[in-house]
Every structure is written in structure tokens, then in C-alpha cells.
Write a protein that binds this ligand. Structure first.
Ligand code: AMP
Ligand code: ZN
Length: 468
């Protein structure tokens, strides 16, 4: 399997530090609002990558944080006149609901920055002892960027260019030694949450959180560190500087970054106001559709959100789900049990699609091509499966389709609203079953329809039905 490593700007063979195990850290959201669908992109694409690693047999330790202390959270808390923890707890709960609805698996651990302050103080102390950080007169602790010789290696930026960019910016009141230095700890302002520290009552900078949580839950050296491409600089660059200076080992072996979700070719973001929340989308679509839409593009490519593409995703998803539902119906209808030789050969032929799917995912998680392979399998199923086939054959096809969809996080067994045509078809099947004196099957269909909210009434003119 190959993954594109932002550090080397190349696709590299994926070899985890420890055989059979993968440690993965994905930077999570700052929780001061409902998440927007741009924030959902890393959640969905890296969840899919995790699922594929698990499919390949790896034991994955997946850590994704919530940043629950931050200027924006504090601002919102002041606006509402509540404690910052009220805001962060509310939006963590809402975010978890959105994740569940998008079928994003919970992480092995979802650490909270506010619960890891001591670890941050310890790492900052180590950095000061080693000469990589210093406390200014007001209690702010800064990282001494120029001291870390490899600074810029992830974002491929050169320190002197960065310095030139900073030359004209004069921030009054800052006590930095150098414009490139960044904050590790900052003094509290009136009304803000704070913690005691050797330097001042205050709170951590954003970057130190991830270095500390990654170390605590995954160790000093990890396999994969991931997030949106806007995090490459400065967030991930700073994390590397902190972690490698403190721990004296390489931080992450592979750096993976998703491209932006755009709207009108502009990055979707809270600050630009050009966003849809996941909740907005849920009013119109099942969030499986949003997930499927995200997977229709390669995770590193920009993806433009549009109503047309969402409709295309909806139709594509429906094609897959319908194939699965039809297989189930055929399974119920068939009277044959065991596979014939011909069916065995037909089933073996579907291995080609599995191979295509795996080749796509092995090539830097190319979900767009993996989805195409699923469509090919669906086409094969639609052409080759019927209620004339044996139950075992139909079950095997279903299982194969389900396994691939599960890697993509697509649920096949959702209780979708039945289309009118599907209801009519089932009613016809029930009538036929009754004629054939197969009352058990007829009752089964009535029960199934009832479960799906369809009520039947047998009248002299025939069967009438309505939605409950
Ligand atoms: P934030 O809450 O802004 O720190 O973002 C949480 C995650 O969402 C980070 O990994 C960001 O890189 C990612 N993200 C934010 N906006 C977008 C976007 N428009 N497209 C893709 N990823 C994004
Ligand atoms: Zn982070």
C-alpha cells in the first residue's frame, strides 16, 4: 500500500513502525459551533482510511482530539454569559451526533485539551530546559523557532523567507526574541479559563495540545499524523518542532492532508461565512449521501460542493443500496439452497472487482476509483443475480458487496422509505404467494411492509395500501 507523504511529497510504501499495528492521530475540530461540511471532510476521509487499514488486518489506534479551549470558545461563552465548558461540552455532543450520522467511527480515544494540561506543562518545561523555549517577562512562553534546525521541513518553507514575511509586522506588547517564535503558554485575560503553571496563570497555545495528546495516547513516534491541508503550516510544522525537540525522535512517519472542500471554488470556512453545517445538509439528505459525495473525489484533490454533485451522489448511492435490497428480496424468494458449479464460477469472477477496489485503496486511498469498482460489482450483480439463483450464491454476493461498502462506511441495510413501485411489487408477490397457498410468505410480506410503515387492507377490489 502506498500513501502520499506531505513530508517527502511522494507516494511511499506504507510500512508501520510495528508490524500489524498502526498509530494514527487526526487533528480534530475546535468546538464552538456546529461543524460545517468542510470540517466533515477530514473526518470522513480519514475514517475511511482507518476502515481500510482495519480491513487489511491492522490493529489501528486512532486518536482524534477536541480543542476545547480557544479564543473563539471563550468569546462565545462571554456572549452567552456561560462558562467556556458549557460551550465546548455542548458542541462536542453535537459533533459526536453528526459523526454518528455520517457513520464515522468513534476514535479509540477522543482526548480533550483541557484534560491534558499537566502533560502540556511538562512538555513546555522540557523545552525550556533544553533551550528550545523561554518565558518572557509577562509569563508568556515562546518556542525558539530558529533553534530547531529542521523547521520548515514539512511545509517546505525556508526560515529566511518566513522571516521576510514577518519583517514589516510589528506587534506591540510582544516580548518575543524573534518574530518567528510562537506561543506555547499564554497569560490569562480577565474572565478567561486558566490553569496554574510555573510561568503564570494562563492557558496553552493550540499547537502544544496535539504534541502532548499524540504522545500520551500513541507514543513519541507514531505512524500517521493527519488533518486538512490548512494545518500543514503553521500547526503541523510547530507540532514537529515541539515534539522532536522534546522527545529526540522523529514525530510521525507519514503526514497525510486532505484537500479543501470548496464552495464556488473558495475554501468553505466559518470566517468567510460561506459554509453549510452538517445539520443544514441533514435537513435535505441522509448523511450517507454526504459521505458518499466526499468519497467520490480523491482526498487530496479540492472538492467543490454543489447541488448537482450531491444529487449525483444520492443517485449513485441509491443504485448500490437498491442492488443490495434486491439481493435480499431474491434470497427470500429463492427455493434453491446450494450453489451450482456455474454459480461458483460466477462468484469467483467477482474477485476482479475486489482486486480493483483494493488496488485503488492501496494507491493512496483512491476512494474515487474504489467507488467505481463497487459500481462495477453492482452492475455485475444486477445482470447476474435473480431469484432463480441459489440462496448461498445470493448471500455470498451480498456479503461481498457489503464488505466493500463497509470499508467506505456505506450502510446497505438502512431502512429506506420504500418507493411506491417497491410496495406494489411486494403486494403483488404477496398476492401470488397466497394464490400458491404459501401463507407463511404472504404473512411475512405483510409484516415486513408493516415494519416499513406500509399498512395493507384487503378489499373486494383488491389490496389497498397506505403509509402509516
Ligand atoms: P478547525 O476546527 O478549523 O481547526 O478544523 C478542523 C479540521 O477541519 C481541520 O483538519 C481542518 O483542516 C479541516 N477543515 C476546515 N475547513 C475545511 C475545508 N473547507 N475543507 C477541508 N477541510 C477543512
Ligand atoms: Zn493538531
Amino acid at each position: 500500500m502506498k500513501v502520499f507523504n506531505t513530508m517527502t511529497r511522494q507516494k511511499e510504501e506504507f510500512v508501520p513502525l510495528e508490524e500489524g499495528k498502526v498509530s494514527m492521530y487526526v487533528c480534530g475540530p475546535t468546538v464552538y459551533n456546529l461543524i460545517h461540511i468542510g470540517n466533515a471532510r477530514p473526518m470522513i476521509v480519514f475514517d475511511t482510511f482507518r476502515r481500510y487499514l482495519e480491513y487489511k488486518g491492522y490493529d489501528v489506534n486512532y486518536v482524534s482530539n477536541f480543542t476545547d479551549v480557544d479564543d473563539k470558545i471563550i468569546k462565545k461563552a462571554i456572549e452567552e454569559g456561560v462558562d467556556a465548558s458549557v460551550i465546548s461540552e455542548r458542541y462536542i455532543a453535537e459533533c459526536k451526533k453528526d459523526m454518528a450520522a455520517m457513520n464515522v467511527k468513534p476514535a479509540t480515544t477522543h482526548p480533550l485539551a483541557t484534560q491534558e494540561i499537566q502533560g502540556m506543562i511538562d512538555m513546555i518545561s522540557t523545552l525550556i530546559e533544553k533551550g528550545y523555549a523561554y518565558a518572557a517577562a509577562d509569563g508568556t512562553v515562546y518556542y525558539r523557532t530558529r533553534k530547531f534546525a529542521e523547521y520548515g521541513k514539512l511545509s517546505h518553507k525556508n526560515l529566511d523567507d518566513l522571516q521576510a514575511g514577518h519583517r514589516d509586522i510589528k506587534v506591540t506588547g510582544e516580548l518575543k526574541e524573534d518574530a518567528l517564535d510562537f506561543v506555547l503558554w499564554k497569560p490569562k485575560k480577565e474572565g478567561e479559563p486558566y490553569w496554574e503553571s510555573p510561568w503564570c496563570e494562563g492557558r496553552p497555545g493550540w499547537h502544544i495540545e496535539c504534541s502532548v495528546m499524540s504522545k500520551k495516547y500513541l507514543g513519541e513516534e507514531i505512524d500517521i499524523h493527519a488533518g486538512g491541508e490548512d494545518l500543514i503550516f503553521p500547526h503541523h510544522e510547530n507540532e514537529i518542532a515541539q515534539s522532536e525537540a522534546a522527545n529526540d525522535v522523529p514525530f510521525a512517519k507519514y503526514w497525510m492532508h486532505n484537500g479543501f472542500l470548496n464552495i464556488n471554488n473558495q475554501k468553505m470556512s466559518k470566517s468567510l461565512g460561506n459554509f453549510f453545517t452538517v445539520r443544514d445538509i441533514a435537513e435535505k439528505y441522509d448523511l450517507q449521501v454526504l459521505r458518499f459525495f466526499m468519497l467520490s473525489a480523491h482526498y487530496r484533490s479540492p472538492l467543490n460542493f454543489s447541488a448537482d454533485l450531491m444529487e449525483a451522489a444520492k443517485n449513485g448511492l441509491a443504485r448500490i443500496v437498491t442492488a443490495a435490497t434486491t439481493l435480499k428480496r431474491q434470497m427470500d424468494a429463492t427455493t434453491k439452497q446450494d450453489m451450482t458449479e456455474e454459480e461458483k464460477a460466477q462468484f469467483d469472477a467477482t474477485e476482479d472487482y475486489v482486486k480493483k477496489f483494493e488496488d485503488a485503496m492501496d494507491d493512496d486511498a483512491n476512494t474515487a476509483d474504489a467507488v467505481s469498482a463497487v459500481f462495477e460489482l453492482v452492475k455485475y450483480i444486477n445482470t447476474n443475480a435473480s431469484s432463480e439463483n441459489s440462496r448461498v450464491f445470493l448471500e455470498l454476493l451480498y456479503a461481498r458487496l457489503n464488505t466493500l461498502c463497509d470499508v467506505l462506511g456505506i450502510i446497505l441495510e438502512q431502512e429506506e422509505e420504500l418507493l411506491d413501485a417497491e410496495v406494489e411489487a411486494l403486494i403483488q408477490e404477496r398476492t401470488d404467494a397466497k394464490k400458491a397457498k404459501n401463507f407463511a410468505r404472504a404473512d411475512e410480506i405483510r409484516e415486513e411492509l408493516k415494519k416499513r410503515g406500509i399498512l395493507l387492507e384487503d378489499t373486494r377490489e383488491g389490496v389497498k395500501w397506505k403509509r402509516a
